[in-house]
Structures are given as structure tokens and as C-alpha cells.
Design a protein around this ligand. Structure first.
Ligand code: SF4
Ligand code: SF4
Length: 281
């Protein structure tokens, strides 16, 4: 039990702690034998967990610093529109593009501020300034997905005091309360891209494939130019007029179109020719 903190150890032994590292901890009521929750906890989707986040907690905002907040395509769209920025400007100003390996697709995280605390650029003393459009992973926190119907917590209770609160949820109830239910439908097919869009093993071609993936999934304003400027894309991929009219102004429709294009209609040669015609590379 060497790595278990005094407070957790006392509770695990069925004692009511009389002293602990952080006296602001909420103490369990006498006789409360429920296990302390933390990173070690795992549960299925229909099992209850306890959590409540609110600004009276001593840890309020603590989780919004020095952390990797991954962004999904829909997150980028929502945040850029919330901030009144093009997707290009948003990506440039607020994100870091991580390249996990030569034959992998890039992933995006929020660029933390370059200060001692590495705080999220959107955090304020009163909480998240983009709360209505906050990313999927911020909505899920502290719950993390660990596999098929397997969930756990990203934090321990000494860091995240909301895990010491009494409010109970199933994962479905939690996601509904956080407005996370729509993502799967709006990003339908996104998780199939690695199976459908294959790398060639040739660095220049694979760089182009990664760029196309990144543009169609994350940089929708650039993708819209790619699709519409000069009519090259429309001709090459025979896009129906009704589809073209819809995606011209509808961001969600364009996002879904882009994912569908990547997994069903992408052709390397054509996509390179269009890129050269539109962006002059
Ligand atoms: S986006 Fe909002 S909730 Fe997410 S880390 Fe930043 S401030 Fe916190
Ligand atoms: S550490 Fe946990 S309880 Fe505290 S603000 Fe973050 S999510 Fe909420």
C-alpha cells in the first residue's frame, strides 16, 4: 500500500481519517464504507459512479492546466465558431498538432498557455470561458474510456475533489447531462478512417494523405475552399448539385461530407491535382 495516500489508506482500512495531507478534503460520514474513487477505479457503463463538480470545491479549475485536451473535428468546429475565428485561425492560435508516427494520423490538443502553470487559454477565475462549446474530453472529465464498455477516472480524489461528492451517475446519464450524446452521430465514420485511408509508405505521398485528413476533419474553412474553388473537386468527384448546395454553407454537413469522402471516395492522384490547382502547390 506504499503508494496509497494516508487519507485513502485510512478509509480503505475502515477508519475515519483524523488527519490527512489536505484538510480541505470532504470527510466521509462515520460508517461510510464506500470505496474511495480514483484512477484505480473501473466501472461498466451501467454502473453508478459518484461525482459532482462545482465552484465551491478547492480544486475548482485545477484540471484546466498542464493537461492534454484532445480535440475532435466537431470540437474544432464548435470552438472556432464560438470564438468567431476561421478554423485556420483557431488551429494556428489555440492548438498543437501531434504526429504520432509516420503511418499514423495527426491528433490535436489545446495549446496550453506558455506560463509557469501551463493553464488552458480558455480558463478564467470564474471557470471555462467557452463552457457551452467546451471540448468533448472536458465534458467527459473525470470519466475516461478504457475499452469496450469499460470506464475509469483520469484523476485521483486528492486532485479532483468532485470524486468525493455523493451525486451518482451512470455513464449514459453523465454524457447526457454534459451534452455529449451527439458527437457519435455528427462524426460518424471518423473512427473508420484509419482502416479505410491507407498510407503508401512513400513519405511525400503519405504527407499529402495526412494533410488531406487534417484539412477535411479539422480545417473545414480550408476544405470548403478546396471543394469549391475552381470547380475542380466538383468535376473530379462528381458531387451532386443538391449536396454541393448543402455543404456550401452548412458546416455540419461539410464535416460529414469530408469524413465520408475520406473513407469512401478519396483518390490520391485526383486529390493531389486538385490541391495543386486550388492552393498552387
Ligand atoms: S476548454 Fe474549458 S473546461 Fe476544457 S480545459 Fe480549457 S478551460 Fe477547462
Ligand atoms: S478537478 Fe474535478 S472537481 Fe475539481 S474542477 Fe476539475 S473536474 Fe471539477
Amino acid at each position: 500500500m506504499a503508494d496509497i495516500k494516508p487519507y485513502d489508506r485510512a478509509v480503505a482500512l475502515g477508519e475515519t481519517p483524523v488527519a490527512c495531507d489536505n484538510t480541505l478534503y470532504r470527510r466521509p460520514t462515520p460508517g461510510d464504507r464506500r470505496p474511495i474513487q480514483g484512477r484505480h477505479t473501473e466501472f461498466a457503463g451501467d454502473q453508478k459512479f459518484r461525482f459532482l463538480c462545482h465552484e465551491k470545491l478547492e480544486c475548482f479549475n485545477r484540471c484546466c492546466r498542464d493537461i492534454n485536451i484532445f480535440l475532435s473535428p466537431y470540437d474544432v468546429l464548435r470552438l472556432s465558431r464560438k470564438l468567431g475565428l476561421s478554423t485556420e485561425a483557431f488551429l494556428e492560435r489555440y492548438t498543437v498538432r501531434l504526429q504520432p508516427g509516420a503511418a499514423r494520423f495527426p491528433v490535436l490538443i489545446i495549446k496550453m498557455r506558455d506560463d509557469a502553470d501551463l493553464v488552458c487559454p480558455f480558463v478564467t477565475g470564474r471557470g471555462c470561458s467557452v463552457y457551452d462549446e467546451r471540448p468533448w474530453s472536458c465534458r467527459m472529465a473525470p470519466v475516461e474510456i478504457r475499452g469496450e464498455n469499460r470506464y475509469g477516472f483520469a484523476f485521483d480524489s486528492d486532485h479532483c475533489h468532485g470524486l468525493l461528492e455523493d451525486r451518482e451517475w451512470t455513464v449514459a446519464e453523465w454524457m447526457k447531462s454534459q451534452g455529449n450524446e451527439n458527437y457519435a452521430q455528427l462524426e460518424l465514420g471518423f473512427d473508420q478512417i484509419p482502416q479505410k485511408l491507407k498510407f503508401t509508405g512513400l513519405p511525400a505521398l503519405d504527407r499529402h494523405i495526412r494533410d488531406m485528413f487534417f484539412m477535411a476533419c479539422y480545417n473545414l474553412d480550408r476544405f470548403r475552399r478546396y471543394v469549391f474553388e475552381g470547380g475542380f473537386f466538383m468535376r473530379a468527384f462528381e458531387v451532386p448539385r443538391s449536396t454541393a448546395e448543402k455543404i456550401r454553407h452548412d458546416d455540419i454537413a461539410l464535416l460529414q461530407f469530408g469524413i465520408n469522402w475520406l473513407i469512401n471516395d478519396f483518390e490520391l492522384r485526383k486529390s493531389m491535382e486538385i490541391r495543386d490547382e486550388v492552393f498552387g502547390r
